[in-house]
Design a protein around this ligand. Structure first.
Ligand code: C2O
Ligand code: CU
Ligand code: CU
Length: 508
């Protein structure tokens, strides 16, 4: 066989009509063995490099008591593969960015300086904040410029993240390496017996799939129907990572920072772990499970228990996409990857298992909803419209609760992400969500033809002139226009005219 499955699909133009090809062996992967014919590829790695831990971003306090961070977007190069140099982008470094960390109640200010040769933005994914600070496509940072948004952290402890959002360019900017975690702390989380020593028993796990060309460059032009799909995993920018552990319990903050790939994480020996948090914070109770599936942009926090001297492997198993067999194969739904090897020291510090009860998560009441809106995803459109920077699609009144019913009417996988809010899932195909999907969420996977009802409250911030985004978080789809804009206004207020993203000369 001379062509890998993916290059074949790529040659067919990524239009979603490619025939089911035989399993392939691209660089960095071995032929599948586990799981028989259900698994197309198993990315096996040697686990010979220590997992890089993104540094905690230093911060200072300004005269107004704000916690100030500085981020510089820059070009770089990195040897991911022995002997091959990859041109990259990063924040305060060659690849990825530092972990920002702040506490509920704090006012933060981030100076984002762009030294890249092109305009970018930096979006705070999962953050409740004013639209002008959101970092979406309407807050461009031109080369040489600095953007300095400031807002008050006012939401539960959570694992959030940041990434660029320039319209039409998001996938490429993230793929080159612009992304990082933003961890929020609060008193409720601090009162629980959970591992929380960063880099020791509380570990960021930023998972991304890449495809490297023979020259070491990232192959950023190879789009399938769902976007860039890689054959090689990086965790925090490390290929083939292992992590030495010194405690019985380790908290992994899993972030799918990939363009299009859906992961289904579990331990290779199928042991159970405690799922403690979803996108927007802790669950009401720890949930014992052996798998957690994350589509692009989604996060989960899990606590894994290990024994002295043990080696355990975090793996991604074939995810459940709900698509046809052919589309599932195209979308990587039959792929498995080894992700991270956990190496326990021969003696481990005793620690308490995670508590069963975590935090109260008040349920939003459907009876209180002011409106129900419908969102139908098909082609590269939402409700029959492609993203237009100058069009406001939805106008929401501040301090109201709404239900949004979102349906993927396509044969391809899609997802749905809403800026500014954390939502709760009311139902998926009419059924109540399973415990992993019953907590705070800001992104949700949409299997074809299954209506997903979500509920959320648009509190605190109204701004008729600056929209927030909602979109499919498969970054290629988002870039192609599967995105819409909403403004939050005071009762009775009219929305302003959305600017084109690069000028602010409209009338109020
Ligand atoms: Cu993570 Cu609108 O994005
Ligand atoms: Cu977002
Ligand atoms: Cu999509």
């Amino acid at each position: 066989m001379t062509l890998s499955r993916r290059s074949m699909l790529w040659l067919l133009g990524g239009i979603g009509l490619a025939p089911l090809a035989a399993s392939g062996c691209g660089p960095g992967q071995l032929p599948g063995s586990a799981g028989g014919d259900q698994v197309d590829t198993v990315g096996r790695v040697a686990f010979d490099r220590p997992l890089a831990i993104p540094p905690l971003a230093p911060s200072s306090h300004d005269g107004q008591g704000r916690r100030v961070f500085d981020l510089t977007a820059q070009t770089g190069r990195r040897q991911f593969l022995a002997g091959r140099t990859t041109p990259t982008w990063g924040l305060n470094g060659d690849y990825l960015g530092p972990t920002l960390r702040a506490r509920r109640g704090e006012q933060v200010l981030v100076n984002v300086h762009n030294t890249l040769p092109e305009t970018t933005t930096l979006h705070w994914h999962g953050m409740h904040l004013p639209a002008s600070a959101d970092g979406g496509p309407h807050q461009p940072i031109a080369p040489g410029q600095t953007w300095s948004p400031s807002w008050r952290i006012d939401q539960p402890a959570a694992t959030l993240w940041y990434h660029p959002h320039p319209h039409g360019q998001t996938e490429r900017h993230v793929y080159r390496g612009l992304a990082g975690m933003f961890i929020l702390d609060d008193d409720q989380e601090a009162a629980l017996a959970l591992p929380r020593r960063y880099g020791i028993d509380d570990i960021p796990v930023v998972v991304q799939d890449k495809r490297f060309g023979g020259d070491g460059r990232l192959a950023e032009g190879e789009h399938l129907a769902t976007g860039l799909l890689g054959d090689t995993l990086l965790v925090n920018g490390t290929l083939g990572p292992y992590l030495k552990l010194t405690t019985q319990h380790v908290r992994l903050r899993l972030l799918n920072a990939s363009s299009a790939r859906v992961y289904n994480f579990g331990l290779a020996d199928d042991r159970r772990f405690a799922l403690i948090a979803s996108d927007g914070g802790l669950l009401p109770a720890a949930y014992q499970t052996d798998r957690i599936q994350l589509s692009p942009g989604e996060r989960a926090e899990i606590v894994v228990t290990i024994k002295p001297g043990e080696q355990a492997v975090l793996r991604s198993f074939p995810p459940t996409l709900g698509t046809s067999r052919q589309m599932t194969s195209i979308a990587g739904g039959q792929d498995a990857f080894d992700v991270l090897q956990l190496r326990a020291a021969s003696t481990l510090a005793r620690s308490a298992p995670p508590p069963e009860r975590l935090v109260p998560v008040p349920r939003l009441e459907p009876a209180r909803a002011a409106t129900t809106r419908q969102f139908r995803l098909a082609g590269r459109q939402i409700n029959g419209k492609k993203m237009d920077m100058r069009r406001i699609d939805e106008v929401v009144t501040k301090d109201t609760t709404e239900i949004w019913e979102v349906t993927n009417q396509h044969t391809q996988p899609h997802s749905f992400h809403v800026h500014d809010v954390q939502f709760q899932i009311l139902s998926i195909g009419g059924a109540a969500p399973s415990p992993p999907l019953a907590g705070w969420k800001d992104a949700v996977y949409l299997p074809p033809r299954v209506p997903v009802r979500i509920i959320m409250r648009f509190a605190d911030y109204a701004d008729p002139d600056h929209p927030y985004m909602y979109h499919c978080h498969l970054l290629f789809h988002e870039d192609q226009g599967m995105m819409g804009q909403f403004v939050v206004v005071e009762p009775g207020q009219q929305p302003g005219a959305a600017d084109g993203g690069y000028n602010h000369s409209h009338n109020h």
